[in-house]
Design a protein around this ligand. Structure first.
Ligand code: AMP
Length: 359
């Protein structure tokens, strides 16, 4: 196993070659690290800015061996990394951070909610179901409407459907693929917020100011940060973040999605054990952004300051919205971050801009 802090010149492995991996690789390079990306595609957003790309599925033993041969420590840019791959890397003597416990919790919406509630981070009421009969019984017991989500592998609003009448639960269970699901009570929220937080190898923690997030069709469109919130709400979010980081013995950056209720309480929607789209504002709004913070944590460096120096409106560029790059390039208050993706499919995250305003 590696010795920490990792010195510059070390190589960090990243599982996943998308835009989050790309921005992590850019931050790592700034600190003098090389990055090796393991990704199925030879030409990936992260691969094009990394020192090495190893092409293969995350489950491929030879590819994992090639990664273990160069990387002192491995991290990931998406939470559906197979647990077996993390175990295999560990057996090859390379630590994966954040660790297996964080991955296990983030990969299963039921385990996630159980962990959160056990650690004093409140969520909506929920029930698990593995058969159509259980789904109907759960919807009846909870009282419709309820939101049915697949326990695993949902993202950007995919794999979830509202159940308006309990009798519909069996049909919707089948439409979601007849896989284990969770049924969630509706969160009657006034705003969606998120908090990006980090924990270092020394157990020190850091939090960024809250972001206020706006979704369309399940996809994040826009974040405003620092969100305008009361000190009490900020403290509540920080307490929740501290419990999650401590409960998982976490190393790295975590994204925590929150519902703000009318009575001022916060509920946790979900946690992402990685850098997060709602934290992109930190690139142009904070002293040390979430990408450098994650690299610092994983490499065993001290965490950096999260102090904001600007208010940011972050806008995702989806699909052909990327075509506006030339107009945007003329806007002096707009910082442009493009991911180098070749194919602008509808809804695909092609880049984002941070509009910079005074605090
Ligand atoms: P998720 O995939 O869990 O992040 O959910 C995507 C979006 O669906 C969230 O950002 C919310 O807008 C909405 N949502 C998720 N869970 C609930 C819930 N229990 N009640 C109301 N809205 C929800």
């Amino acid at each position: 196993m590696a010795e920490f802090p990792l010195p510059p010149g070390s190589t960090l492995g990243i599982l996943g070659g998308g835009q989050l991996g790309r921005m992590l690789a850019q931050a790592a390079a700034r600190l003098g690290f090389d990055v090796a990306v393991l990704e199925r595609e030879a030409d990936s957003p992260a691969g094009r800015v990394a020192a090495h790309t190893i092409v293969g599925p995350y489950t491929d033993h030879t590819a994992l061996q090639a990664l273990a041969a160069v990387a002192s420590v491995v991290t990931y840019e998406f939470e559906n990394v197979p647990a077996a791959s993390v175990l295999a890397l560990g057996a090859m003597g390379v630590e994966v951070a954040p660790g297996p416990e964080a991955l296990a919790v983030a990969q299963d919406r039921v385990a996630e909610k159980q962990f959160l509630n056990a650690n004093g981070a409140p969520t909506v009421a929920f029930q698990a179901a593995a058969t159509p009969e259980e789904a109907v019984a759960a919807a009846q017991a909870m009282g419709a409407p309820v939101l049915m989500k697949t326990r695993r592998e949902g993202y950007d609003g995919k794999g979830q459907r509202w159940v308006e009448h309990a009798a519909d639960a069996a049909r919707i269970f089948a439409e979601l693929g007849s896989v284990p699901v969770i049924l969630e009570a509706p969160a009657d929220f006034v705003r969606e917020l998120s908090i990006i937080a980090a924990r270092g190898r020394d157990g020190a923690t850091a939090v960024y100011p809250l972001a206020e997030n706006h979704h369309e069709g399940g996809i994040l469109r826009r974040s405003l940060a620092p969100a305008i919130v009361s000190p009490a709400l900020a403290e509540q979010a920080e307490r929740i973040a501290a419990r999650i980081l401590g409960g998982l013995g976490y190393v790295g950056v975590v994204g925590i999605e929150l519902f703000e209720l009318a009575d001022g309480r916060l509920l946790v929607n979900e946690i992402a054990p990685r850098v997060h789209n709602t934290g992109h504002w930190t690139q142009d709004g904070c002293e040390v952004d979430q990408f450098e913070q994650h690299i610092r944590a994983v490499a065993g460096w001290p965490l950096g300051p999260t102090t904001p120096h600007a208010r940011i409106e972050m806008l995702n560029l989806l699909g052909d919205e990327i075509d506006a790059w030339e107009r945007l390039s003329h806007e002096t208050d707009t910082r442009i971050h493009l991911y180098g993706k070749r194919d602008a499919k509808p809804g695909r995250k092609m880049g984002h801009v941070n509009r910079v305003k005074a605090l």
